[in-house]
Design a protein around this ligand. Structure first.
Ligand code: SF4
Length: 281
């Protein structure tokens, strides 16, 4: 069979995607309303009340990624980079059935993994990372996911955020994985302002009560995903609004509609007469 010829533009796009996946993590750019410094930091007391309000609303928070054990959790978190948890959950049941552990995943290889994750963004790079990650897990750790940050971050496709999620969810450590939601909520509300994800992570670890750290990462992600949304935070139904510095608070949709200024009617269009001057032929 003749080799498949790829369009040069497709080659450029795939190499850019590869670079994006492999490049080191940089500071996330927050939306305008949540720029660092937009809100002054909450007092220690207000920060405690803020997180306690989220805790009361959801006493037993869980990650929305589906997994069975530390290995499947690690795979799901690697796949979730720049993709929604829902998209990952649609792809992983078939992948985990075919490769339930590191040995099986390493045997599958990148070409065997790829068909299961084609619906996920950056699937080519992720397939390569998963194959290599599984091979190294077998080679270095006997196929067992290590509960150690340095060992986790030495695996391909695993950065600080992924390691934090695995250490928190699978090993019960008080880590804070700062994703785009936590970064936005922390800056917008004044809970833990910081210019980079690392600065926000350190501020949260310092400011939140130690007994809340295990679950705080879930509370903040879910709060940012469903209530304190990026474009329009739903302040009218926010359980932590009393302790948040963001202003003005978003009113309920019906109040917004009632107070909205009516749009003035457009003036009728004036018809433009054709010029009487004949065009030269
Ligand atoms: S009051 Fe509004 S801005 Fe503040 S945390 Fe709640 S939803 Fe977010």
């Amino acid at each position: 069979m003749a080799p498949k010829i790829r369009h040069p533009f497709a080659l450029v796009i795939s190499s850019l995607r590869r670079e994006k996946q492999d490049m080191p993590k940089v500071a996330l750019k927050p939306p305008k309303s949540s720029r660092p410094g937009a809100a002054k930091p909450l007092s220690a007391d207000a920060a405690r009340h803020f997180i306690a309000a989220l805790a009361r609303a959801n006493p037993d928070p869980r990650t929305e990624l589906r997994y069975r054990d530390p290995f499947t959790l690690l795979v799901a978190v690697v796949l979730s980079a720049q993709t929604t948890d829902a998209a990952v959950n649609r792809a992983t049941p078939a992948l985990f059935a075919a490769a339930p552990d590191a040995r099986a995943m390493a045997a599958l290889g990148a070409e065997g993994i790829a068909p299961f994750i084609r619906s996920i963004g950056l699937w080519q790079a992720k397939a390569r990372h998963l194959a290599e990650l599984a091979r190294l897990l077998v080679e270095r750790h006997g196929g067992v996911v290590p509960g150690d940050r340095a060992a986790l971050e030495a695996l391909p496709g695993v950065g600080r955020k992924t390691a934090n999620v695995v250490l928190n969810v699978a090993f019960g450590q008080a880590t804070m994985a700062v994703d785009t939601h936590i970064f936005r909520v922390s800056n917008r509300t004044g809970l833990a302002p910081g210019k980079t994800p690392r600065a926000v992570e350190e501020a949260l670890l310092k400011r939140l009560p130690p007994e809340t750290l295990r679950d705080a990462h879930h509370w903040l992600i879910l709060h940012g995903r469903y209530v304190c949304r990026a474009r329009t935070p739903e302040c009218w139904r926010c359980v932590a609004a009393e302790w948040c510095h963001f202003t003005p608070k978003t009113p309920p949709p019906d109040v917004k509609a009632a107070t909205a200024r009516p749009t003035p009617p457009r003036p009728p269009r004036r018809r433009v007469r054709a010029s009487p001057i004949a065009r030269p032929r």
